[in-house]
Design a protein around this ligand. Structure first.
Ligand SMILES: Nc1ncnc2c1ncn2[C@@H]1O[C@H](COP(=O)(O)OP(=O)(O)OC[C@H]2O[C@@H]([n+]3cccc(C(=O)O)c3)[C@H](O)[C@@H]2O)[C@@H](O)[C@H]1O
Ligand SMILES: Nc1ncnc2c1ncn2[C@@H]1O[C@H](COP(=O)(O)OP(=O)(O)OP(=O)(O)O)[C@@H](O)[C@H]1O
Ligand SMILES: NC(=O)CC[C@H](N)C(=O)O
Length: 815
């Protein structure tokens, strides 16, 4: 008798409503598990139906087909003599639950419904499912008649129970239950559950991967035991990319892990661990043991089998290409790598599942469309690597897309030349430089490139207008008013979109291939937020891989791609000032740059975007935060920028309702369709809110002016005493914090570039607000205790300004 258990954790690239494909992928993972001697197999959340079925979870068919798939799995030869659980929706007494269903041979052992739902970000679980709220209770689930008949089993326990085998005990927490402060693994592990299993549907966001790993590691460190985390990976039919990273942790250490980004549809992470190590570890945690002694027990479903076996009986380590182990050191991808890999994998899923023959991209030679082109190139690199590594699924998908049954890519360039069609669409306002940059990039990534002129199309449309109205609109440079100037820009931009769809439909016909191309969009998140885009121009496309990524991160990505993918032209693309090139040159010089046009820099926009969505700031608190961060800026200037931003945002919010579906990469995404639910008809002058800013501005401006005077005096060599309200309170100064690990790019942040310390404490709601405010980046950097309450009793606003006066930067200068 051994004590060592070998477990298999499956990472699956499932597809919502693809019951056939999902069944095959689950089966494949079971076969790999069996071939590698695992006695237990688990997989991701809702793996049978796919996670993103959404309102299909209201359809009885979805439940029916899940039970049908389950029966198929239970009958499979590879599934015999192994404890297996799968994620699927189950209805019990007219309530739908998101469940793990455990079975052994021909018997369903337990149905464990999810107890804590996820409703943040892109998640909407309570729209379809209810949480199981009866703690440590089970009921009998009446199996559907055809299942009962097939299995000769009428009912199965459903509820908050665990499975006790002869040698160990196993329990479930499903995805969000790990993220919640009352995580289910805590009570279960105190009640003697040794193996905690988490089937997840966790999607990727930039800089998020470490969170899941930390949670798993911490869970098994504090509670002891084995923690099995199985996640989905890829695009299952929605904007998100499921994040992979399935892992096994034991007593605080990761012992096996799967990949975050990969094209393979099935990956099985194997791990073996000694149950005695869990017992020894837990026994030595004395505080845990005394708590465990008084912890109420769970209903235990007795299963008379053994999960452990003598290691000698196992087959030799896997020759399987899809099996990975062990963990080694967990390496996180940097954000720029995440951009290179995540959207690339997502695009691959989208392309092969859409049945289209490739991509068409209007390539302007600017940062955004170039980033999109390079992401497709990155996708081609991944495809070539996977084919070279022997992934037949990827090879076959590739052949199907290209309609070439014998195709083997000779390199990423070769594949890119067949999959990606780029097109520069110049007008008389386009410069030689952007045309040349687009051509050079196409050459370096080896896309199939065209460079065309669209002036005749624009002229034809304007002729129709002239004929109908007798009027000829003029550019500003020729004496036209802003309305005419804008209309003349937008007609160029929209003509590009019409032509893009024409070329996408016909380019494969021209090349003698069947099918059409998906049109790629490259509008970026910040421009969308500001409304600096033409509705239904090339920002409207079939799909947009960069629509959730800020310009700041895109630039980092381009720098990375230049190096890693050897694309020298990218240096020029990054350095060139972003411009739309829709207005005529003035005296041969560029008359239009994006930042000038927008009245905001991209760095500022990025900051506003974060404050609006991630910090939930309205105009007033956005102003307060930015004014507090100071950076030596005139508060009046900050107020103007904030108002300008909110005005533009309000006027243009309607554009978010028709944003092209894009890869979800950031929690500040303004995607109105799924993620950022707001009105699209605003009172754009924000009367009430802007008045609050103005009231706040007055004392701040006074203070700012004082400060300016002081600095001038200091510069003139005069020693002047500091104003009384900026006197440091002794003992309260803390050293300036190290650069916080919040993901904020301080090098690019215009307002928050200086970490702050404060010399005051505050009380009540206002103080909490402003403590955070002073830090400006989610990190409290405030000296503790010892200060009097604000003298102000005159309400929120006055208290705020008195506090503001006491906030200092690291050199002690009040801001
Ligand atoms: N609340 C509301 N709900 C629904 N629709 C609303 C609306 N308010 C206006 N509209 C409609 O929206 C339309 C106006 O939006 P739109 O046509 O986009 O036009 P508009 O926003 O006026 O102009 C496009 C903007 O993009 C900028 N731009 C500059 C350079 C390059 C590019 C580029 O794309 O290459 C763009 C340009 O400077 C300008 O700020 C109109 O049809 C109007 O009736
Ligand atoms: N001269 C052009 N040729 C081809 N496509 C263009 C051209 N100008 C613009 N586009 C397309 O229209 C989209 C929106 O144009 P816009 O001027 O707003 O560019 P952008 O969002 O700043 O992107 P980029 O950085 O790629 O120029 C671009 O991303 C690109 O796909
Ligand atoms: N499916 C879920 O329960 C998601 C849980 C979690 N909040 C995540 O982002 O991964």
């Amino acid at each position: 008798m051994g004590h060592t258990v070998r477990v298999a954790v499956a990472t699956l690239n499932q597809w919502a409503m693809d019951f056939q494909g999902n069944l095959e992928r689950i089966l494949r993972s079971i076969e790999i598990a069996a071939a590698n001697g695992a006695t237990y197999r688990t997989g991701p959340e809702l793996e049978v139906s796919g996670y993103s079925c959404e309102d299909h979870f209201h359809e009885p068919d979805t439940y029916l087909h899940c039970w049908e798939v389950l029966l198929e799995l239970m009958r499979a030869p590879a599934a015999q003599n192994m404890l297996i659980d799968v994620g699927m929706p189950v209805q019990h007494r007219n309530v739908a639950y998101n469940c793990r269903v455990a079975f052994y041979n021909a018997s369903i052992v337990l149905v464990r419904p999810k107890m804590i739902m996820c409703d943040d970000g892109n998640y909407r679980e309570t729209r379809w499912f209810s949480p199981w709220t009866k703690e440590r209770q089970t009921e009998e689930l009446q199996l559907p008649r055809f299942v009962a008949l097939a299995l000769a089993q009428e009912t199965v326990p459903i509820g908050d129970a665990v499975i006790a085998t002869r040698d160990t005990c196993l329990g479930y927490e499903i995805c969000e239950e790990l993220w919640n402060p009352r995580s289910k693994h805590i009570d279960m592990s105190l009640a003697g559950v040794e193996i905690i299993v988490n089937g997840s549907g966790s999607y990727m966001q930039l800089r998020k991967a470490h969170i899941t790993t930390d949670l798993i590691r911490n869970a098994s460190y504090k509670a002891g035991g084995a923690y099995l985390f199985a996640n989905l990976r890829g695009c299952d039919g929605q904007r998100v990319y499921f994040n992979g990273c399935s892992a096994v942790a034991l007593n605080g250490q990761l012992v096996a892990r799967g990949r975050q980004f990969a094209l393979g549809e099935v990956e099985v992470t194997l791990a073996a661990f000694d149950l005695q190590d869990i017992r020894a570890y837990r026994g030595a945690l004395r505080s845990r043991s005394s708590l465990a002694a008084s912890t109420p027990t769970y209903p235990r479903i007795q299963l008379p089998i053994e999960l452990a076996g003598p290691a000698a009986s196992w087959p030799p380590p896997p020759a399987e290409p899809h099996a990975t182990s062990p963990a080694g050191d967990w390496e996180y991808h940097r954000p720029e790598e995440e951009i290179a890999l995540g959207p690339a994998c997502w695009l691959w899923d989208y392309l092969r599942r859409s049945g289209q023959g490739g991509f068409f991209l209007p390539l302007s030679g600017g940062v955004d469309s170039s980033s999109t082109a390079i992401i497709v190139h990155s996708m081609c690199r991944l495809v070539v690597e996977a084919v070279a590594a022997g992934d037949c699924q990827v090879r076959d998908d590739c052949r199907k897309i290209l309609a070439d049954p014998a195709y083997v890519p000779s390199g990423a360039g070769d594949l890119c030349g067949r999959l990606l069609f780029t097109c520069y669409m110049g007008t008389e306002n386009s410069s030689r430089e952007t045309r040349a940059r687009a051509a050079a990039l196409a050459d370096q990534i080896r896309s199939h490139h065209l460079s065309i002129g669209i002036d005749s199309a624009v002229a034809a449309l304007l002729a129709v207008f002239r004929l109908a109205t007798g009027q000829t609109p003029r550019f500003r440079a020729d004496g036209g008013c802003p309305r005419q100037n804008l209309a003349l820009q937008n007609i160029q931009a929209r003509t590009r979109m019409v032509l893009a769809y024409l070329f996408a439909q016909l380019m494969l016909w021209v090349h003698g291939r069947p099918g059409g191309l998906l049109v790629l969009g490259s509008a970026n998140v910040d421009e969308a937020l500001r409304g600096y885009m033409t509705k239904y121009d090339c920002s409207s496309a079939d799909v947009n891989p960069i629509g959730g990524i800020s310009k700041v991160d895109l630039r980092r990505f381009l720098a990375y791609a230049q190096r890693e993918f050897s694309l020298p032209i990218v240096a020029e693309i990054v350095q060139a000032p972003p411009t739309a090139e829709l207005e005529p040159l003035v005296d041969g010089a560029l008359a239009q740059t994006d930042e000038q046009d927008m009245g905001l820099t991209y760095a500022e926009l990025s900051e506003f975007g974060r404050l609006r969505k991630q910090a939930f700031c309205g105009p007033f608190s956005m102003f307060c935060k930015l004014a507090a961060a100071g950076g030596g800026r005139d508060p009046a200037e900050v107020a103007d920028k904030v108002k300008h931003f909110f005005r533009c945002y309000a006027i243009n919010r309607h554009k978010m309702t028709v944003l092209t579906p894009s890869y979800h990469a950031e929690s500040y995404s303004p995607d109105d369709n799924r993620f950022d639910h707001r009105p699209f008809l605003y009172r754009a002058n924000w009367t009430w809110q802007f008045r609050a800013i103005d009231a706040e501005l007055e004392p701040l401006t006074r203070h700012y002016q004082q400060q300016q005077q002081q600095q001038q005096q200091q510069q003139q060599g005069q020693q002047t005493p500091p104003p009384c309200d900026s006197e440091p309170a002794s003992g309260n100064d803390e050293p300036a914090p190290a650069q916080p690990a919040t993901g904020l790019d301080h090098s690019a942040a215009p307002f928050f570039s200086r970490p702050l310390t404060t010399t005051t404490t505050m009380s009540g709601a206002a103080s909490a607000h402003h403590l955070y405010l002073a830090a400006g980046d989610g990190q409290l950097t405030v000296a503790g205790g010892g200060l009097t309450k604000s003298q102000s009793s005159g309400g929120y606003s006055r208290m705020h300004s008195s506090v503001m006066g006491k906030i200092k930067d690291r050199t002690g200068v009040p801001v």
